[in-house]
Write a protein that binds this ligand. Structure first.
Ligand code: DC
Length: 212
């Protein structure tokens, strides 16, 4: 079974994907980390984030088992990742890696912006997670605080709105719900309630397929 969970920044999709993957004992890929790793590489090399050739080269050399979530999850890299994610050559270079992951025997859980639309349109269970920008900004603030990063609420909210506009407005693989995705609005839900809702969406799909 392939499960895709897409949605805007800080919607809770990553936490839900991790928990769904653990529940069904499926491998999980946080596809945002790939774009973050490309951006981190360019910044380290002191390259422009608009350097399509350097970005595509970095994307082509990525290795999934060498992605360091701790290093890549910082505040600044989200914005930088959103910029490199709009470069078509970067998306093309990362496509096969993600598609191969989605086709692992037994299935996989992927989360990101285009996993249900472009990476694995054949996925059995697709969830599109949303939440108001204000609630997402508060959650992100909490994540940063836990990492020891101090960022003002207004700056986090502005970053989220800017990223939403860029991720949804780009011409290639924009952030959008697949026509067959189930919408899950987590604005009023805590993580436990959101997990139960996501689980029941996946369980409904499994019931329809004879629980395979
Ligand atoms: O989910 P995240 O915040 O780690 O993602 C960082 C950026 O990467 C996001 O703003 C847009 C981009 N991204 C993408 O374009 N497609 C994906 N499947 C995942 C992330």
């Amino acid at each position: 079974m392939i499960v895709t969970i897409d949605g805007p920044a800080a919607s809770g999709k990553g936490t839900l994907a991790r928990r769904i993957a653990a529940h069904y004992k499926l491998p999980h890929l946080d596809t945002g980390l790939l774009y973050r790793a490309v951006a981190a590489h360019l910044l380290e090399q002191k390259r422009s984030l608009d350097d399509a050739a350097a970005a595509a080269k970095a994307a082509g050399e990525l290795e999934l088992d060498r992605l360091d979530r701790g290093r890549l999850s910082g505040a600044a890299l989200g914005e930088a990742a959103s910029r490199v994610a709009a470069i078509p050559e970067v998306r093309a270079a990362l496509l096969k890696l993600q598609q191969d992951f989605s086709r692992r025997p037994g299935g996989a859980v992927l989360d990101g912006r285009d996993t249900g639309t472009v990476i694995a349109p054949q996925a059995e269970a697709k969830i599109f997670v949303t939440a108001s920008p204000e609630v997402r900004a508060r959650r992100r603030l909490q994540d940063f605080a836990e990492r020891g990063e101090r960022v003002p609420y207004e700056a986090v909210l502005a970053d989220i709105k800017k990223r939403d506009a860029r991720d949804a407005g780009r011409s290639i693989a924009p952030l959008q719900a697949a026509p067959d995705a189930v919408l899950l609005d987590t604005t009023e839900l805590d993580i436990e309630a959101a997990f139960r809702a996501a689980l029941s969406i996946v369980e409904a799909v499994r019931a329809g397929r004879g629980r395979s």
